[in-house]
Write a protein that binds this ligand. Sequence first.
Ligand code: UTP
Length: 298
Amino acid sequence: MTRKVTKAVFPVAGLGTRFLPATKSVPKEIMTLVDRPLIQYAIDEARAAGITEFIFVTSRGKGALEDYFDSAPELENALRTKGKTQLLETLEDTNMDSGAIAYIRQHKPMGLGHAVWCARRMIGNEPFAVMLPDDVIAADKPCLAQMIEAHQEIGGSMVAAMRVPEEKTSSYGILDIENETVGGLAKVRGMVEKPSVGNAPSNLAVIGRYILTPDVLNNLHEAKEGAGGEIQLTDAIAREIDEGRPVHGFQFEGQRFDCGSKAGFLQATVSFALARPDLQEEFYDYLNDIVPLAQAAE
Ligand code: UTP
């Protein structure tokens, strides 16, 4: 039986340039969908999948992220004194157990692959998850839990995949698959990073959830020594395939929002607000009012 995945790496050392000027001082992962930071959605998903060790790869200027996971005694006391128990619970849900969370620095933004490699000593010799908090996934069963369940059966490395329209394939890493199997699993025989239009081997795109074997860290180590510039995680996973180790694409059930882009972030904001019982009605009425006006103005 495959070893259970209990560690997750959160690479959050990127510059977040698409959200400048906000990201000049606010880490992208602290930006909120309604009232919860992106990172909270990722942590909740990881916890629901049985992750107990959370490894953050951070960089300069990400102090707010570390503070976010600390307890806030003054705030908690103030809420307790005022009898605001519900808010207190909301706050307490964000606290992490002592020692469950670790931070490691990526000194230069040398790419996602390099960020994961920076966490190698904390990962050790066991399979681990990688979660990009930019990708927020709304699902009945959290995406990583779906993946870990499938991984228990099949082992190896696994990437989350979703179908994208033909014309969007050039924005993603695209999977070349052998055949599709039951339960959304497909054996991967190759991966192409951002193929030019018309050259994609499929329309199955890789998104920000991975379960990787420690072998991938060795591949990243060699990439680190060999190449300058950005070090891609997909290259290290593709090398697994070349060396004959199994890599699967897993088509999860759920809706993914690309919160690393402005359009995706806004779509997620609207969807999550509409799903909130306390906001639903008022927000829906507002949208109903403004959409016809916006259409008329076109
Ligand atoms: P992105 O490609 O979205 O880059 O990284 P970015 O810097 O976050 O944002 P833009 O494109 O400048 O707006 C995908 C994920 O990989 C992490 C990012 O923090 C994000 O979670 N990453 C990227 C690193 O941790 N280190 C890197 O060197 C690059």
